[in-house]
Design a protein around this ligand. Structure first.
Ligand code: GLU
Length: 554
C-alpha cells in the first residue's frame, strides 16, 4: 500500500470532522476513588430478560457497589435482526421488579441519565465513525468490497483445505491490498463495502490475559481482519465494544462466558485504537437439570418458562427472594454472611468477583422456593399484605377484590404464625396465597371432608357434636385448647399424646386426632397454620355452620 492513508480516510469519511482527541476530552476519565470499578450491563433490546441477564446485571451492580464505583446500562442495538419496536422497556421493567438499580445509562424507552451517553449504540454513529476514520488514517482499517458470494467462496475453499483458521486474513484478504485508485473507483461506482480491521497479528503468536473469574487465559493472537463497520455504517459488536467501553470508561467488562473466544480480537482492537484494555471477567452460564434426561443444560428461552425474568414476577416471587437466591449462586460465602447479618440489605453484601466459580451454576426452582419461604417468613404482616395486593392487582383481579375487601382481616390472616421467633415458613410466592388460605374465603372455599383412616364415622360425629356444644369464638388460645382436651376423655380419646404412645390399646386416639377432625371440618385440610386463629377469623357462625354441615353429612 503506497498511498496516503489520510487521503483514504477523507474519501471514506468526508463528513467526519471530530477527532479521537475530542472524544477523550468529552468523555474524560472518571474521578472515582482508588479501586472503584466501572461496570456495565449491555443487553440487546429484544424485549426479553433472561434470568442469566438478571444474574449478570446483579454481578455488575454489586461489583460497582462494593467498590464505590459505577454500574450503567447500555443498549446494544446494532443487530437490527434481533430488535423489536420497544425492546427496552421490558428489560428495564424486569430489572426494576427485582430492585436492580443502575447508576447511569438507559432508563426507559428513549430516556437515559449520565454524562457518558448516548447509552444506546444506534445513537453513537458519530463516535464510531470518528474512531474508524482514525484507524484508516493509521493504516489499521481498510474498505472491503467482497460480496457475500465471494466471502462464501473463500469459506468453501478454506473448508476444503486443512487451514486451522477460517476467516478473512492473509492471502484470503483480497481487499487488503487494493490501491487507492481501485478503492476510489469502487466507491464512485457505488459498490457497497464494509470497513475491516487490518490485523497485524501473527498465526504463531499467543496472547495472555487475566480473567478475574477464570484466572490466566492463553489464546492464539487474532489474525482476522474483522469487520468494524458494516456496509450501512453500523459497527459490529466487536468494534462497538471497544469504542463504548473505552469512552464510557468501563474498568471491568463483565459478560457471559460465550465471549471468551472473542477476547483476542477485542484486545487487538483496543490496542489498535490506542485504548487501555479493560479487565475482563466472564461469568458462568445459568444451567438447570433437564427434567427428562437428567443432564445439565443451559436454561432455554424456548423450553423453560423460568428462563424469563417475567416468570418470577408473574408467579409472585418477592424481589428479595430471587435476589437472595441468586446471591447464593454468585458467591459461596453469601450464606455465612447472611447468618452474620440476618437483616442486612442483600445489596450491601461485599460481593467479590474472585469468589465466583467459573463453572456453570445450577438454577434450582426447589431451592428458590425454600429460600423464598425463609425470606417471606420474616416479613411483617403489613409488608406481606402489601406485596400480595400489588401482585394480585396485576395478575389476579378477582382475588385482589376478595383479599382487599377487609384489609384488617386479611392482614390478620397473613399474620397467623408470623412475627414470632419461629415464624411459619409456608408461602414461597404470592400466587400461592389464594389457594393456601382458600378456606378463609367463602368465594374460594370448597368443603371436602375426608375421614382419616384411623377415625370412625361415629367417632368423628361424636367429636364434632361435642365440640359444637363447647366452642366459643371468644375463647383465647389456652381456653380454646383446653376445651379440645376436655372433650377427649369422655369420647375415649386421651389429651395426653405421651400416654397414648405408651398404651395405644387403651384409647381410640389422642388429642391430635380430635383436633384433626375439627380442623378438617372447619377447613377441609389436614394441615393449616394455627387453627384457633383461623377459627377466630371465620367467626362463630361460620365455624358452627361448617361443623354442622359435616355432622349432617356423616
Ligand atoms: N450485547 C451483548 C449481548 O447481548 C453484550 C455482550 C457484552 O456484555 O459485552 O450478548
Amino acid at each position: 500500500m503506497d498511498y496516503d492513508y489520510n487521503k483514504l480516510a477523507q474519501l471514506l469519511f468526508p463528513e467526519v470532522t471530530g477527532t479521537v482527541e475530542d472524544l477523550e476530552q468529552k468523555y474524560p476519565e472518571r474521578q472515582l476513588k482508588e479501586g472503584a470499578r466501572v461496570t456495565r450491563f449491555a443487553p440487546s433490546p429484544t424485549g426479553y430478560l433472561h434470568i442469566g441477564g438478571l444474574f449478570g446485571a446483579l454481578v455488575d451492580v454489586l461489583t460497582a457497589k462494593a467498590t464505590d464505583g459505577v454500574a450503567y446500562l447500555r443498549v446494544e442495538d446494532t443487530d437490527k435482526k434481533r430488535e423489536i419496536d420497544d425492546g427496552v422497556s421490558a428489560i428495564i421493567n424486569g430489572f426494576a421488579s427485582f430492585g436492580i438499580d443502575f447508576d447511569e445509562g438507559v432508563t426507559g424507552f428513549n430516556t437515559e441519565k449520565g454524562a457518558y451517553g448516548p447509552y444506546t449504540q444506534s445513537q453513537r454513529a458519530e463516535i464510531y465513525h470518528i474512531v474508524a476514520k482514525e484507524l484508516v488514517q493509521k493504516g489499521l482499517a481498510y474498505p472491503c468490497f467482497c460480496t457475500a458470494e465471494e466471502l462464501s467462496d473463500i469459506r468453501a475453499e478454506q473448508e476444503k483445505g486443512d487451514a486451522l483458521i477460517w476467516g478473512y486474513f492473509g492471502k484470503w484478504a483480497k481487499c487488503r491490498n487494493l490501491s487507492y485508485e481501485e478503492i476510489e473507483e469502487n466507491i464512485k461506482a457505488g459498490k457497497p463495502y464494509v470497513l475491516r480491521f487490518r490485523s497485524n497479528g501473527q498465526e504463531d503468536k499467543r496472547i495472555f490475559f487475566d480473567d478475574i473469574i477464570r484466572g490466566k487465559i492463553e489464546m492464539p493472537e487474532n489474525i482476522i481482519d474483522e469487520v468494524l463497520l458494516k456496509s450501512d455504517g453500523i459497527p459490529t459488536y466487536h468494534f462497538a465494544h471497544a469504542c463504548d467501553d473505552h469512552f464510557m470508561r468501563t474498568t471491568h467488562v463483565i459478560r457471559g462466558e460465550e465471549w471468551i473466544s472473542s477476547v483476542p480480537k477485542h484486545i487487538a482492537l483496543f490496542k489498535a485504537c490506542g485504548f487501555k484494555v479493560p479487565k475482563y471477567a466472564h461469568t458462568p452460564q445459568v444451567m438447570k437439570i433437564d427434567e427428562e434426561d437428567g443432564t445439565k443444560r443451559k436454561l432455554s428461552k424456548r423450553k423453560d418458562p423460568e428462563a424469563a425474568v417475567s416468570y418470577f414476577v408473574e408467579e409472585g416471587f418477592p424481589k428479595e427472594s430471587l435476589i437472595e437466591y441468586l446471591l447464593t449462586l454468585l458467591n459461596s460465602n453469601f450464606e455465612d454472611w447472611r447468618r452474620a447479618n440476618p437483616t442486612a440489605d442483600a445489596f450491601s453484601f461485599p460481593f467479590n468477583l474472585k469468589k465466583m466459580s467459573p463453572s456453570g451454576c445450577l438454577f434450582d426452582l426447589v431451592k428458590l422456593n425454600d429460600v423464598s419461604k425463609n425470606v417471606i417468613s420474616v416479613m411483617t404482616a403489613e409488608t406481606v399484605y402489601n406485596y400480595i395486593t400489588d401482585w394480585a392487582e396485576k395478575f389476579d383481579e378477582d382475588f385482589f377484590k376478595v383479599f382487599t375487601q377487609d384489609p384488617d382481616r386479611s392482614k390478620a390472616m397473613v399474620n397467623i404464625d408470623r412475627e414470632s421467633p419461629k415464624p411459619r415458613k409456608d408461602i414461597a410466592k404470592w400466587s400461592e396465597v389464594k389457594e393456601y388460605f382458600s378456606y378463609l374465603f367463602d368465594e374460594y372455599y370448597e368443603p371436602d371432608f375426608q375421614l382419616p383412616e384411623n377415625i370412625s364415622k361415629e367417632d368423628a360425629k361424636a367429636i364434632l357434636t361435642k365440640y359444637l356444644e363447647v366452642y366459643s369464638a371468644d375463647d383465647d388460645k389456652d381456653q380454646w385448647f383446653s376445651k379440645i382436651k376436655d372433650i377427649c376423655e369422655p369420647l375415649g380419646f386421651t389429651p395426653n399424646v405421651k400416654e397414648y404412645k405408651k398404651t395405644p390399646e387403651l384409647f381410640k386416639g389422642h388429642v391430635g386426632d380430635v383436633s384433626t377432625i375439627i380442623r378438617l371440618a372447619v377447613t377441609s385440610r389436614k394441615n393449616t397454620p394455627d387453627l384457633c386463629s383461623i377459627m377466630k377469623l371465620l367467626g362463630q357462625d361460620k365455624v358452627n355452620s361448617r361443623i354442622s354441615a359435616v355432622i349432617n353429612s356423616l
